[in-house]
Write a protein that binds this ligand. Structure first.
Ligand SMILES: Cc1cc2nc3c(=O)[nH]c(=O)nc-3n(C[C@H](O)[C@H](O)[C@H](O)COP(=O)(O)OP(=O)(O)OC[C@H]3O[C@@H](n4cnc5c(N)ncnc54)[C@H](O)[C@@H]3O)c2cc1C
Length: 393
């Protein structure tokens, strides 16, 4: 994919998006949908942007945005829906299943009979970058180490340049970071013992462990534990790694073959403040970063994009002055971002232990979840639609 010039329109609103990861690419497509001209730049070439081996758990809030941007249908062949999510407290040996029936009011989409979907990074990025390359209002500039000081001024800058965000740092935006002692290891495996449309969130004393279906007997594992332990696991030979995996999984699940190289990485709770000011907005991991428990990260990033698109459309139709967009964006995003960061942090603290004080509380919580359809619907809607767009059961 090569750089290309856009067709400039007289009086067009122009945005520059820094970072062509999953958030920045989607933000560029959302902005042109609102009638803006966009420059999308990333120092990495397309090949490197596509090369990551990871899979994302998509919720209904992401599905709605992709559908609005006409990207949902093209992604269909690559989506692995899961219709059941098994929540297990491994210290208590208790288990609560969440099912499609626990998601209220989904008749608005024909393919809504899923709790969520798993999507691999590569087909997602191929689609986003091809759509960006084809769009006449997007100038794609990949593999070019451009900085904010050597480019023309635009109406709006969008920092989507990841958790280290050079653009955020250059703008002097405050940023708070607290590393977790837990890290996260991702690996894809062939697995026996789980249905093809079943996902698992296992709460283990060393950290949460997600088992996500990729289609057939392939699964993505997201294993949280103290980082030094994960780094030891990452260095093991495949046979030794599979042995360690067997000890971590419930007896019903058996991993047979590794499909990629296990990769451990640090995890942190991060948030920038304010999320927008003086011609700049922060989206995705440039704005916030959470623990991977519950698969909230990318969905929260894409709800930033949905808000940005709504406000950009208001500016385009003269219903919102351009100069007010960053502050309005910061205001509109703070509750969703704050609640998700707090909720994921609370989940990790509550479940990653064998504390004799917390075990009885967890037993009560699991019993209530198992018995109350209302509570299951409430918690699943909060996870899937976002805590600020709850569909009340
Ligand atoms: C090792 C690792 C594994 C992960 N595995 C999973 C997983 O299995 N499942 C899951 O759901 N999530 C996973 N995540 C989290 C997930 O990748 C993020 O939620 C997601 O990538 C956030 O997207 P983003 O576009 O905001 O940021 P990023 O994907 O980080 O994209 C930021 C982009 O900005 C670019 N950039 C950097 N500097 C500049 C600059 N100066 N100018 C312009 N562009 C710049 C970078 O090249 C990059 O392309 C993982 C994260 C890491 C680090």
């Amino acid at each position: 994919m090569q750089s290309r010039s856009p067709v400039p329109g007289a009086g067009a609103l122009r945005a520059r998006v820094f970072g062509a990861g999953p958030t920045g690419s989607l933000a560029a497509l959302a902005l042109v949908r609102s009638g803006w001209q966009v420059e999308l730049c990333d120092p990495q070439p397309a090949q490197a942007l596509l090369a990551r081996s990871r899979a994302y758990a998509l919720t209904h809030s992401s599905a709605e945005l992709l559908e609005a941007l006409e990207l949902w249908q093209p992604l269909q062949p690559y989506l692995a829906p899961f219709r059941r999510l098994e929540l297990c407290d491994r210290a208590l040996h208790r288990q609560v299943p969440f099912q499609v029936a626990d998601l209220p009011g989904r008749s608005d989409r024909a393919d809504a009979d899923a709790v969520g979907w798993i999507l691999q990074h590569q087909p997602l990025m191929e689609l986003l970058l091809q759509a960006a390359e084809r769009h006449p209002a997007i100038q794609l500039s990949l593999g070019d180490a451009k900085t904010s000081s050597d480019v023309d001024p635009v109406d709006l800058e969008v920092a989507a340049d990841g958790h280290g965000s050079p653009r955020r740092r250059a703008a002097g935006v405050r940023h708070w970071r607290r590393p977790y002692r837990q890290g996260c290891l991702t690996v894809q495996v062939r697995l026996r013992g789980s249905a093809v449309d079943q996902a698992w969130e296992l709460f283990r004393p060393e950290g949460p462990f997600a088992v996500l279906p990729l289609g057939g007997d392939a699964f993505q594992l997201v294993w949280s534990a103290p980082l030094p332990r994960l780094q030891q696991l990452e260095a093991l030979e495949p046979a030794a790694f599979l042995d360690a995996l067997s000890a971590a999984l419930p007896e019903a699940l058996q991993a047979d073959v590794l499909l990629d190289q296990p990769r451990a990485f640090p995890v942190a709770l991060e948030c920038a403040w304010p999320l927008g000011r003086r011609g700049l907005v922060l989206v995705g991991e440039a704005a916030h970063r959470s623990h991977p428990v519950g698969g909230q990260g990318l969905n929260l990033c894409w709800r930033d994009v949905a808000t940005l698109q709504r406000l950009a459309a208001q500016v385009k139709s003269c219903r919102l002055p351009l100069r007010h967009l960053p502050a309005r964006y910061a205001r509109d995003r703070c509750l969703d971002v704050g609640l998700v960061l707090l909720a994921t942090d609370a989940l990790v603290r509550f479940f990653s232990n064998r504390s004799p004080l917390l075990l009885p509380l967890r037993a009560v919580a699991m019993t209530l979840l198992a018995r109350s359809a209302w509570l299951r619907r409430f918690s699943l809607s909060a996870m899937s639609d976002g805590p600020c767009r709850l569909r009340w059961p």
